[in-house]
Design a protein around this ligand. Structure first.
Ligand code: LCS
Length: 389
């Protein structure tokens, strides 16, 4: 964790750039294509012999500003944007893997990431395995001769269990394997996986980076050579491209990342204490509540974050009743929004994961997931309290 960064100043800096209009906010370059001053220039740009924009599916100034901003925040050489988090994840995995390869994953992943792994196995013979990745012996044992990369979420969606990025990276690198970390639940403000040895960081930028519930987007950052390879293959030729206007909205959202997250993190701690003490609540899932969490948090996380999962004593029915009685907190999937959002993973975000697999991940039928918004914490707590009562 870099502690001497002035994060708010940094956010203001990386999301703007000087431009020919001297506009405070960078212009939105809403164009599909770019003109070449001559046929020769066009040919040189295509050959990679000359810098310059060609076509927005390859690159665009507004999108480029978003990509470089996230790369700087994550401490990475370069970044690449996509039309969704799943677009980013699939572009990275299809770039790094081919038929016959194996991907080692954290046991517990977002539902559609799990779906993508099944698709890669069933249609493209790219296999995967899951591991808690908690001890050195466990990580070593989970690596097979075909393993070509390690993919993990920390905290895991929605169980909020943690993985030690540094420990995984050390062992993976011994075997020559790149480590990909989905940093969606933390944002670069709370966790910078590259600084702990990760090779690629992916985000659903739909969440904390955008922050306002108005954009679906993804981003991946890492070494410049890999990012360029992704740009020229699984971005260019598959095409999950980010629209310039969406990049512009993301840049606007990112300027307040730290203001939003500080509020959300503070509120989450209050709500965790409230829920843990409430007689109707059976179990709260939150970083810091499991043995071993403290160690990992000290190493790689600024704060535990603002996602809380919990289970009520009355199980799935009680969870549904709670969700239906809420007045201010919205019943919705997604997360990292300024609004507090609540959802039921087993029937919503993780419904495509077979029940047996869900239980192996520690995702119980009754678990409810709350994404803490920026509303006043008293109001969030009051809403929960009346609904629980
Ligand atoms: N990675 C994580 C950890 C996610 O939570 C999500 C979406 C994605 C990747 C995919 O990003 P997208 O394509 O949606 O931008 N998670 C969701 C969730 O938990 N509720 O709704 C979406």
């Amino acid at each position: 964790m870099i502690d001497d960064i002035h994060w708010n100043t940094l956010l203001a800096e990386v999301t703007t750039e000087s431009n020919s209009y001297d506009s405070l906010i960078p212009p939105l370059v809403q164009t599909s294509t770019f003109t070449f001053p001559s046929a020769e220039t066009g040919a040189r740009r295509f050959a990679g012999e000359e810098q310059g924009y060609i076509y927005t599916r390859l690159s665009n100034p507004t999108v480029r500003l978003f990509e470089t901003a996230v790369a700087k925040l994550e401490g990475a050489e370069d970044g690449i944007a996509f039309g969704s988090g799943m677009g980013a994840i699939s572009a990275v995995l299809f770039n790094l893997l081919k038929s016959g390869d194996h991907l080692l994953c954290s046991s517990g992943l977002y539902g559609s990431t799990f779906g993508l792994l099944e698709l890669m196995r069933d249609r493209f013979q790219i296999d995967h395995g899951f591991s808690e990745l908690s001890t050195e012996a466990e990580i070593e044992a989970a690596i097979t001769p075909s393993t070509k990369a390690v993919y993990l979420e920390t905290p895991v969606n929605p169980t909020l269990s943690l993985v030690d990025i540094g420990k995984v990276a050390k062992i993976a690198h011994k075997h020559g394997l790149p480590v990909i970390v989905d940093n969606t639940f933390m944002s670069p403000y709370l966790q910078q996986p590259i600084l702990h040895g990760a090779d690629v960081v992916v985000h659903s930028a739909t969440k904390y980076l955008g922050g306002h519930g108005d954009v679906i987007a993804g981003v991946a950052v890492g070494k410049a050579e890999l990012i360029q390879s992704i740009r020229m293959t699984t971005l260019k030729d598959i095409g999950a491209v980010l629209a310039p206007f969406d990049a512009w909205l993301l840049l606007r959202g990112m300027r307040t990342l730290v203001l939003r997250m500080n509020q959300q993190v503070r509120s989450a701690q209050v709500l965790v204490d409230f829920l843990s003490a409430h007689p109707a609540v059976d179990k709260v899932y939150f970083p810091g509540l499991q043995p071993g969490d403290e160690d990992i948090m000290k190493k790689q996380m600024r704060y535990p974050g603002a996602m809380i999962s919990f289970e009520l004593k009355g199980g799935i029915e009680a969870g549904r009743d709670l969700m239906n009685r809420l007045k201010m907190i919205k019943r919705a999937v997604s997360l990292g929004d300024i609004h507090s959002l609540i959802q039921h993973p087993a029937t919503m975000t993780h419904s495509q994961v077979p029940r047996e697999e869900r239980l192996k991940m520690g995702l119980t039928d009754g678990m409810v997931r709350l994404s803490v918004g920026v509303e006043d914490v008293e109001d969030i707590q009051n809403d929960l309290e009346s609904a629980l009562g």
